[in-house]
Design a protein. Structure first.
Length: 156
């Protein structure tokens, strides 16, 4: 009788382990980043009175960078992914121009305040410069700068 009990117990333990692993894998692959983007009034991408907004040429951007680029897509800045883009947009940094006008300290404080200490490792030191090049339509300059970067950081 003890052999049957041991084999039944082993079967139950194996079934529970398999169920736990499957549950973890299903949860891992089905989860989605929890980013909520609020619509904020402000910069609509239009030039302010007296300011000449550089034209956006998607074909020139694609030719230089080798990928499709949408106007004010912050993810073209090396070091910014979808989650960080969501954090910046929730804090009213939703255009290349606004990112170009933001300093490293402000961006770092936003990342840490909203994302926690794990975002302290991100170095936004070149993000403003990259965003300015994108805003100005200097795609060749942006490509040259990004070729020098490693994960959005200047090589030491």
């Amino acid at each position: 009788m003890s052999e049957r009990f041991a084999s039944d117990l082993l079967f139950i333990l194996i079934a529970l382990i398999i169920a736990a692993i499957l549950g973890f894998l299903i949860g891992y692959f089905l989860r989605k980043p929890k980013t909520i983007v609020k619509e904020v009034s402000g910069d609509t991408g239009k030039a302010e009175p007296g300011e000449v907004m550089p034209p956006f040429d998607a074909n020139a951007a694609k030719a230089a960078l080798g990928k499709n680029v949408a106007r004010d897509d912050l993810k073209i800045v090396e070091g910014i992914g979808p989650v960080i883009e969501g954090i910046l947009k929730r804090n009213n940094i939703d255009t290349w121009k606004k990112l170009a006008e933001s300093n490293k300290e402000r961006i770092s404080s936003i990342l840490i305040a909203e994302g926690g200490e794990k975002y302290r490792i991100h170095d936004p030191g070149t993000w403003s410069k990259q965003a300015e090049l994108a805003y100005r339509g200097n795609w060749a300059g942006l490509k040259r700068l990004q070729d020098e970067l490693q994960g959005g950081r200047q090589d030491s």
